[in-house]
Design a protein around this ligand. Sequence first.
Ligand code: PLP
Length: 466
Amino acid sequence: MTVSAVPEQSYVFQSVVDKTGTQVVGGKGIRIDIERDGKVYKDVIDAITGAAVGAIGWGDEEALEIINRAAADSVYSYPCLMSNKSAEKLAKFYIDNSPEGAFVSALWCTSGSESNENALRIIRQYYLERGLPKKLKLISREDSYHGFTLGAQSISNNPRIEKFKDYFMDQKNICLTMPSAYTYRNKLKSESEEDYAVRLLKILEDKIIAEGADTIAAIIVETLPGSSLGTTPPPKGYLKGIRDLCNKYDIIFYLDEVMCGTGRCNPNGKLNCWENFLEPQDAPDIQTVGKTLGSGYVTIAGILIGPKIKDAYLQGSGTVVGGHTYASHAFNCAVALGIQEKIQRENLTANVFKMGNLMGEKLKKALLSEDNIAGDVRGVGGFWSVEFVADRDTKKPFEPSQDIAGRVKELCFQNGLNVMGMGVTPNGSCSDRILLAPSFIITEDDVDQIVEKVVKSVTELTKALA
Ligand code: PLP
């Protein structure tokens, strides 16, 4: 099976995991129906919800009511001419449910890529407003993913599409990299997590000094990387260290929470993933979100803006350059708000945090205690990965041609489970993984079924490889 290909039998011009034109044709709760090769596979457990998108489950009755109400009540407004009540309310909801003072404004977009694209423009204008036009350079991480628009590609460093990078990159001269924080592979045995963080921060600070702090605009990090490094939690002290460097050198601290944010990884109804790792006063200056915000029912993502950035605009030109026709779209915002209020009322973030961690712990216990191809199981709350290795002791990756992640994904599918498979990167920086990001409504029984199916699939492939 190929990992990604343009399906010959599909009208949609998009690579998918096989050439058979696989389609989702229905779904209810955490189960979906998938059509493949003319056959419908019913009630497949959806452990990835598209790409960590679904929060409230599919075909939710209340979501349908929310959508009907929003359609009846929403009047479109062109964002450059006037705002609308739903966009305002959604912004207030996010700001009120984040630590006090962390964010003061939001801009709603239609995708995570568009949000990152706009965040880059907002940052560039921020320094213009302050009379610092030389501050243009952006530092993001090796093995990172921020989207597929040209600006977002320029700050992404995804070895899987490295061969296309030169053609996709828009701003080569200003996009710099720092090492990723990949504890499982790159922390030395002799180091503590804190020492590893200090080592990474030293490399970053050396880079800032070498480039000239007066040229650096922002440091960009996924709080919990998903499709790039597979739910790798930041080593202790790492994010705080970046925050401190940003304060020291007058640089914007920019977190991308498109995949890990909006309640996927938090206990107690908190929205921001960074609240697991940072104190409120260390909030990012700007943050992008998406995916679970609309839970797959509407196309919505966004940018949260901290007081420092807004103040500079207010004290400067008083103008925000830009304005997409469908920015802060009234209907999308009304639906997203209804869904977020439902999540809050039903305490679903606490549920996915508890159930997700249970799933992770059970997977760890079952996979790592047996002799098989699983090398690491890691994650936080409702966001987990299993990484596969040819040798557990040396962590040697499999050969890319073996397509281990694709084969585990396929076995999971045959066993009634939908997961995402991510192949070994061509430069070997990261080996095969599957990604799990279930809906927030997941139950303990669902957890047991997911664990049983993953373990069965991994065991089957381990035997086949022996
Ligand atoms: N940023 C991160 C961390 C992501 O994981 C993604 C998508 O997976 C994006 C940005 C891009 O979002 P979208 O696919 O909605 O454009």
